[in-house]
Ligand binder design. Sequence first.
Ligand SMILES: Nc1ncnc2c1ncn2[C@@H]1O[C@H](COP(=O)(O)OP(=O)(O)O)[C@@H](O)[C@H]1O
Ligand SMILES: [Mg+2]
Length: 584
Amino acid sequence: MQQNTLDSGGWAVYKRLFSYAAGYWPMFILAGIGMVAYALSEAAFAALMKPLLDSGFVEHDARVIRWLPWAIVAIFMIRGFASFASGYCMGWIGRQAIKNLRQQLFAHYLNMPTAFYDQSASGVLLSKMTFNIEQIANSTTDVVKTLVQDTLTILALLGLMFYYSPFLTLFMVMVTPLIAGLMRFLSHKFRSYSSRIQNSMGDVTRVADEAVDGHRVIKVFNGQEYEQKRFEAANEYNRRMNMKLIAARTGSMPVIQLLAASGIAGVVYVAISDILTEPIEVGTFVSLLGAVLLLMAPLKRMTNVNAPLQQGIAAGHSIFEVLDQPLEDSGGDVPLEKARGQLEFVDVTFKYQSSHENILDHLSLTIDAGETLAIVGRSGSGKSTLVSLLPRFYDPDHGSVRMDGFDLRDYPLSDLRAQISLVSQDVVLFNDTIANNIAYGALEVATEEQIREAAGAAHVMEFVEEMPAGFDTMVGDKGVLLSGGQRQRIAIARALLRNSPVLLLDEATSALDTESERKIQQALHGLMQNRTTLVIAHRLSTVENADRILVLDKGRIVEIGSHKELLAREGHYAALYQMQFHEV
Ligand SMILES: Nc1ncnc2c1ncn2[C@@H]1O[C@H](COP(=O)(O)OP(=O)(O)O)[C@@H](O)[C@H]1O
Ligand SMILES: [Mg+2]
């Protein structure tokens, strides 16, 4: 398939990129003035050759000799100012547009459905944010400047040439279709390499990202060599694609210049030979030749502009691909100030996009407001999935999940989530102080006293007091400076502080030792009063006190009842309980 610079797909992307800069039209006008002035000053310099030779050298006209040197200085002054103005203004617009685009992409990342993150590697997403967007920066500033300014310059120079000698100029113009054809072919190549380079950059970042994140796993499993190989593959592919681009770019330049030089050769021949009916003046000819030489630089830039232009389009395309993905559904408009917390699963069936079987299979369940429901079952039985439907990380494929009688989708998403606290197995902390991590989500309203209270109840105080900076201790990237148990206690404090009607504990105490767990159990027990709680726990001792216990297997409820009832039934739960009892 042949694609040229201005094909419809490329145009659409470019126009859309431009919409990010459209608001800055005063800057565009300034830049435009600069570009026009630049183009005119180039043509003026070529035009100056005629009076220089005809009146200066040949006729020795004193008046011309007096103003001509000043004119040269003036032209270059104008040219300098014009070049600064267009470069600065275009750069300003470009950076502003990039900032807006980046901000929009970030906002999009914050509001994408959870399934989007399941399918995308974080390295690729980060690379879009950094590398791909920088590519756009290059193409919106330099490319536009080159395209507009050089087109204007070429037009001005061609205009001058036509004015001096239409016939000779025609020879020049004749090579243009050849150059255009070549550019069309090259632009296709450029674009395909560029997009491959960008994808391979994403791979490079992804592998590096995994190596950095998983450095402990890599060390203990001696995975260095394996990672090296994986990285080498991505790195080598990136190099190869870059080389192809370099080859296409550097190879195209001499060819185009050769074409242009042939054109000049033709012009020179026609001018010197007596094909022309009227002999041409020496000044006119030198002006023409000057114009042709001045044409070379912008023509060369125009041919080189194609690579960054295609890079920009490829990058823009990859960004818009994300921006065009639908955001999370923001829910209905049934207001929800403070829920009672009655929950209902009505014939809920759910599977992940990548899974083959239903993870939740026609599951029906009613949970009273204020009830504590424990969920147990083998790993992979769908416990976490069940819980993740409540904050609408995912929506069921069939059936509905309800709160206080309405489908969750009827509530505004933010209202719904305000009713829910979640403490999960892998606690995510932000690289901030302990106090801010506890107050996260309630930052504006939480007083220091409330934070302390929550920290006390979650036994965070115990280790905070030993730290030199106390609550102001930074937890490090993702909380690496704390132990797993300490992180969980912070997450529990966060949930305590949030004080929401629905509490979800997904193996919230898995990283705690039995001693700390018992202590926190008291705190959690207090926390569970007057609120609906779903607690997933691997240690059965922590679920005994729940109002009801649900045993889940392959997404189905196999048993439900109180601890006593289930023991008496001597079914799955009783067997699990026996097994754990013996282990201890
Ligand atoms: N984000 C996901 N994408 C695809 N499959 C998933 C995802 N999360 C979990 N699963 C799959 O769904 C099943 C249930 O997982 P999960 O609900 O986490 O189980 P549990 O919490 O009971 O251990 C597992 O087979 C798991 O592989
Ligand atoms: Mg789980």
